[in-house]
Design a protein around this ligand. Structure first.
Ligand code: 5GP
Ligand code: ZN
Length: 142
């Protein structure tokens, strides 16, 4: 996707209005237009990166900092004590807008939303030997 076609780049540039709640040099946060709960907020890098792996470390750190600061503030604002924080990182994960964005979704005991685990039907059978091998493989790739 060309950046000029990107809805979130257009929000950063002020070409599409948004309910902005936070902005710094690297990051912007605004309310989701189709919230899953009151206070549902999106945190995005101001520069266009489709997925997390494209982001420089400093931008990832800025997103992390903004999440740490904003999540409790958003929760407090809507009277929640918890939030689900997540990133649909890539099309196969359900990412619809190809500009990195972290969702902060305030949670309440009676919202019937489930945990991140509830996205999946169950857990695949993976033995301990396989976990050991997998952990080693990942470690060597970092
Ligand atoms: P994704 O599925 O890509 O992780 O989530 C995209 C999110 O962006 C959705 O929650 C959707 O409601 C939100 N969204 C899509 N278009 C707009 C928009 O123009 N403005 C705002 N504020 N949110 C949007
Ligand atoms: Zn973009």
């Amino acid at each position: 996707m060309d950046e000029s076609d990107c809805i979130f780049c257009q929000i950063v540039d002020g070409e599409i209005p948004s309910h902005t709640v936070y902005e710094d040099d690297a990051v912007m946060a605004f309310l989701d237009a189709n919230p899953l709960a009151e206070g549902h907020t999106l945190i995005i890098p101001k520069d266009h990166y489709s997925t997390m792996d494209e982001m420089p470390d400093a931008v990832g750190a800025a997103i992390g900092r903004a999440l740490t600061q904003l999540a409790p503030v958003v929760e407090n604002s809507v009277g929640a004590n918890a939030s689900t924080i997540g990133i649909n990182n890539g099309e196969d994960a359900g990412q619809e807008i190809p500009h990195v964005h972290a969702h902060v979704i305030p949670r309440t005991p009676d919202d019937h939303g489930g945990s991140i685990h509830s996205i999946f039907g169950g857990t695949p059978e993976i033995g301990d030997d396989e976990l050991t091998e997998l952990a080693q493989d990942i470690e060597t790739r970092i």
